[in-house]
Design a protein around this ligand. Structure first.
Ligand SMILES: [Zn+2]
Length: 263
């Protein structure tokens, strides 16, 4: 199990990198919706990395020097240590609709949360200094990323309310659906222990919830993965927090939030 407090990950961002083609940047919705001129402005400074699960993008307390844009099915997670420092609770799940890092601040500031890769794949990296320069050159870019900051804050607000008011079952179903919608895969690579840690709940409670979902034929679990076999039933179990966030993204960012409309 990874522990944020100790920062004992085997590597941070050690995987291969190549310069991205502009077409690849379309795998991130936040970049895809930019004008061609603004996208090319960023492309000149962008690199693509193939990252693995648990790679660390940003460490809490350290200066944020990079902004990361997940591409395609890649997922990242903002995490905070639990009170005893023995687990990392997720405060936001970020997929191809968003970004991690300097995009939500102006200039290089210390990070409050650690960000790790939740589902491996392509991540586009932009140095914060290059992002700041691009924002100075383009007011449209500045406004677009400010809008994303607003959406991310809304997402964190809603997570806070969700944690306080919704059941473990509702939150587990919501999280699995969110992961599925972003990755477009029914199989979510996560252990029960990690799922409990992510949602900040006891393992005993998570075991009960997973068992119930399995017995009702909604999910299948095997070593290190949860596969959703009945998405419609899982939706019935979930709270409506994701729908509220989707609505906000619709208004503020023209519907870039990943949706999965399959029955
Ligand atoms: Zn909720």
């Amino acid at each position: 199990m990874s522990t944020i407090g100790q920062i004992n990950y085997p590597f941070r961002t050690s995987q291969t990198m190549i310069a991205p083609l502009p077409a690849e940047m379309l795998e991130n919705e936040l970049l895809a919706k930019l004008s061609e001129v603004d996208r090319m402005r960023l492309a000149a400074h962008m690199m693509v990395f193939e990252l693995k699960r648990n790679d660390v993008l940003i460490v809490a307390g350290e200066t944020v020097t990079d902004t990361w844009f997940p591409g395609g099915p890649s997922l990242a997670s903002f995490q905070l240590p639990s009170e005893d420092g023995d687990a990392a609770v997720e405060v936001a799940l970020i997929g191809r609709e968003g970004a991690i890092g300097g995009i939500v601040s102006n200039g290089s500031l210390p990070a409050y949360a650690t960000a790790v890769v939740r589902a491996g794949g392509s991540f586009f990296r932009l140095k914060t200094a290059a992002l700041e320069q691009a924002k100075l050159e383009s007011i449209a870019l500045r406004h677009w990323f400010a809008r994303y900051s607003d959406c991310l804050i809304a997402q964190v607000f809603q997570t806070s309310a969700c944690n306080a008011t919704h059941t473990i079952m509702q939150r587990t179903a919501k999280w699995l659906l969110a992961a599925m919608a972003r990755t477009r895969r029914a199989e979510v690579i996560i252990t029960q222990e990690e799922l409990a840690e992510t949602l900040g709940v006891g393992r005993t409670f998570m075991t009960q919830v997973v068992r119930q979902l399995r017995e009702e034929g909604i999910i299948i679990t095997n070593r290190g993965a949860v596969t959703i076999v009945n998405r419609a039933s899982l939706q019935v179990k979930a709270c409506n927090c994701t729908a509220l966030i989707e609505n906000h993204y619709d208004v503020v960012l023209h519907g870039i939030y990943p949706r999965d409309r399959r029955p």
